[in-house]
Design a protein around this ligand. Structure first.
Ligand code: NAP
Ligand code: G4F
Length: 342
């Protein structure tokens, strides 16, 4: 990092799970962070409120800008104004099930949004290092273990849109010499995970059931296997990719495999409950085409970036349950025990 001025980074999707952890990481490293947020009629900055800085405060280094990935001219204006050293493209319609309901919108934001941003970089005449949030969902039906050489076989409009973004990122690296990398991240979770993704849906329900506020949990396919890691560790990998001297693509994963059923068991067990007494099936949570098994091989990230995961799925489930119990204002296991025996 230059001694004269801090590095400037743009994060699209700063209000999301990963964007919020990445903002914390970059601020801790002394970056000036520019976060793109979408205008919303309700507050959408809950995940970054704790790092928010008053625009009038002297030397503030977190600056928020209204910008939507569907608005190309706005992206050009901001790229030109900010002159970033690094751009992290994390914004997306990121829910796989929802992508079947809103396929065109998903294609527009999750696919075409990336080309708008890459073209904005060219139009603004800047040459930042560029990170694209690619996804293990691109592997879809290709059996595990999956690594950087594994062929893509996406099984959802979301996965298809991410494949487009993956290839356009590679194309801009090859065509224009942009330092552009794809981080192919397997599922990663945290207490900040959106409430409709399976892990957080489970851990929120566990906390509420333990507190006597809910009695049932409706779920879809419990046989799906995922490689769930811990989001704060994954944003560290993103940053390391842009510090490396070679622009290339990386798989980021734990290499471990658990089913949704396993995650239910870890979560309910943590508060002393039997998941089978509470979980019911609802077909509305099934997908028209499912991704059965994602298990990543992150050897390249380990060798080239020195990145290894520390928190694995069983511990992750406990961290998330504890956070959701605390968020309900419940005072730990003493209260939970009384509910269980009631
Ligand atoms: P997330 O929590 O759903 O966050 C998505 C972010 O994108 C939010 O800040 C959202 O804003 C923003 N966004 C959505 N549509 C937008 C638009 N049209 N213009 C501008 N911003 C928009 O996702 P995440 O879990 O942090 O994931 C970050 C990225 O990694 C996503 O691209 C996701 O597809 C990808 N990914 C995630 C995982 C995972 O397991 N978490 C794995 C692989 C890849 P609002 O807050 O206003 O909704
Ligand atoms: O938590 P999920 O919705 O995550 P999914 O579909 O794997 O996608 C996530 O990970 C991708 C990386 O591979 C990201 F790119 C993407 O943005 C997102 O973060 O579902 C996980 C599994 C699926 O197989 C689903 O069918 O859980 C199964 N499932 C079973 N019952 C459920 C439910 N999923 C949800 N959301 N809700 C259920 O009730």
């Amino acid at each position: 990092m230059s001694n004269l001025s801090p590095k400037r980074a743009i994060i699209t999707g700063i209000t999301g799970q990963d964007g919020s952890y990445l903002a914390e990481l970059l601020l801790s490293k002394g970056y000036e962070v520019h976060g793109f947020i979408r205008r919303s009629s309700s507050f959408n900055t809950g995940r970054i409120d704790h790092v928010y800085q008053e625009p009038h405060a002297p030397n503030h280094n977190l600056i928020l800008h209204f910008a939507d990935l569907t608005d190309a001219s706005r992206l050009v204006t901001l790229l030109n104004e900010i002159q970033p050293d690094e751009v992290y493209n994390l914004a997306a319609q990121s829910h796989v099930r929802v992508s079947f309901d809103e396929p065109e919108y998903t294609g527009d934001v999750t696919g075409l949004g990336t080309i708008r941003l890459l073209e904005a970089i060219r139009a603004a005449g800047v040459s930042p290092r560029f990170y694209q949030a690619s996804s293990s969902e691109m592997f879809g039906a290709t059996p595990p273990p999956q690594n950087e050489e594994t062929p893509f076989y996406p099984r959802s409009p979301y996965g298809v849109a991410k494949v487009y973004s993956y290839w356009i990122t590679r194309n801009y690296r090859e065509a224009y010499g942009l330092f552009a990398v794809n981080g192919i991240l397997f599922n990663h979770e945290s207490p900040r995970r959106g409430g409709t993704f399976v892990t957080r849906k489970i851990t929120r329900a566990v906390a509420r059931i333990a507190a006597g506020q809910q009695s049932e949990l409706y779920m879809g396919n419990l046989d799906a296997v995922r490689d769930w890691g811990y989001a704060p560790e994954y944003v560290e990998a993103m940053w390391r990719m842009l510090q490396h001297d070679e622009p290339t693509d990386y798989v980021v994963a734990t290499g471990t495999a658990y089913s949704v059923r396993d995650f239910l068991q870890f979560s309910f067990e943590h508060v002393g409950l039997d998941w089978e007494k509470f979980v019911k099936f609802d077909e509305r949570y099934l997908r028209p085409t499912e991704v059965d098994s994602l298990i990543g091989d992150a050897s390249k990230a380990k060798d080239k970036l020195g990145w290894t995961p520390k928190i694995l799925t069983p511990r992750l489930a406990q961290i998330m349950v504890d956070a959701d119990v605390a968020a309900l204002g419940v005072e730990g296991s003493r209260f939970i025990d009384s509910v269980v025996t009631a």
